[in-house]
Design a protein around this ligand. Structure first.
Ligand code: FAD
Length: 319
């Protein structure tokens, strides 16, 4: 089922999650354990992140540098197939602009179509150094262009202009948005315009970057509606689990953590107590988001599902 169909047909509060594929060489058993731990909560769809190859320069003994190209967490599509056919959960693979040519993206979409996967999240990817795409290949620069490519395939338009009567795909396309602004954008108005551009390109819904201050989301959503964004906007949350995240999250994601959870986290003693602070704050955020009409709440669970399971057990008592 498409994400938009889940949103339309929902008979209860929807909570979705995002997970990261295991690191290259890691055991798949952890992935199965993670999915099995969230299975009791009827999660409608699970996003699986995608990671492009990165270029690393390793210093050699003789002082020279060796260039290594490495994709750290491969396996997005394989995990999506497992989610769909082993666990009966709709997967949402992330598709990236960065590191992939138009042709590679088309091949990926063909594969997903064969697998019967209905959803993709069209994302640009970060700005790390990438292996150079051969000069005769072109790439999508922005997520709006990637969205256009998927939408064109839904209309039967492929990269090869001589290909007539090509099979139409039928993907539901999600995109990212940023209640506290994308760090490269000059201001929030510019960022909102980018979201509108993604909607015009054919995006069916948007998921936000994580935020810890609901007011930032409500303000962003209102401004988005004011400029004509009509697609569903799904708020994205993360559960704080350590004191270290009070500084690492703002510096990695360019978002603020409000004073309330900050002082509670600083006062926490030990891992369990820190996790309780994070779960408690996420619980309050979810309750308020649902009260104020959020269609679904999305959790950046990554690989450790324990705090999420604790939160869901608490939320189940409310709904
Ligand atoms: P875009 O929408 O392309 O925007 C990127 C920047 O360019 C923004 O500053 C925007 O304002 C600007 N811009 C956009 N269009 C134009 C234009 N036409 N002209 C000028 N400027 C423009 N990263 C991964 O590597 N793998 C993942 O799986 C992944 N999943 C994510 C899921 C979510 C829900 C979110 C919020 C982020 C995810 N990311 C992931 C991180 C994401 O790749 C980065 O945030 C990236 O820097 C921006 O991606 P985007 O799709 O928002 O880019």
């Amino acid at each position: 089922m498409k994400v938009t169909e889940h949103l339309k047909q929902a008979k209860c509060k929807l909570i979705s999650v995002e997970i990261i594929p295991p690191k290259r060489g890691a055991n798949i058993a952890d992935f199965h354990r993670a999915v099995e731990s969230i299975q009791p909560f009827c999660i409608p769809f699970v996003n699986v992140t995608s990671h492009a190859a990165e270029v690393e320069w390793q210093e050699q003994r003789d002082g020279t540098y060796r260039r290594r190209v490495k994709r750290k967490s491969p396996g997005t599509f394989g995990l999506c197939a497992l989610l769909k056919y082993k666990y009966n959960i709709d997967p949402v693979p992330h598709l990236l602009c960065r590191g992939f040519s138009h042709e590679e993206t088309e091949d990926a979409l063909i594969e997903l179509n064969y697998l019967g996967i209905d959803n993709v999240l069209a994302i640009r990817g970060d700005n790390k150094p990438r292996p150079v795409v051969p000069s005769h290949r072109t790439v999508n620069q922005y997520a709006s262009e990637l969205t256009e490519q998927v939408v064109k395939m839904n209309q039967g338009v492929y990269q090869d202009p001589d290909l007539f009567d090509a099979a139409k795909t039928n993907f539901c396309v999600g995109v990212a948005c940023y209640p506290e602004k994308h760090f490269e954008s000059p201001n929030i108005a510019f960022d909102l315009d980018v979201l509108l551009r993604k909607q015009r390109a054919g995006a069916d819904y948007a998921v936000t970057q994580m935020f810890f201050n609901n007011e930032r989301f409500f303000e962003f959503e209102k401004r988005a509606r004011d400029i004509g964004v009509t697609i569903p906007i799904i708020p994205g949350l993360k559960i704080l689990t350590t004191k270290r995240q009070l500084t690492s999250i703002p510096s990695s994601f360019f978002i603020e953590i409000p004073e309330g959870p900050t002082s509670n986290m600083l006062a926490s003693t030990g891992r369990k107590s820190a996790r309780e602070v994070g779960v408690d704050w996420a619980f309050r955020q979810v309750m308020e988001l649902f009260e104020r009409g959020a269609p679904c709440v999305h959790f950046y669970v990554m690989q450790n599902t324990t705090p999420f399971v604790t939160l869901m057990e608490r939320l189940q008592k409310e709904f």
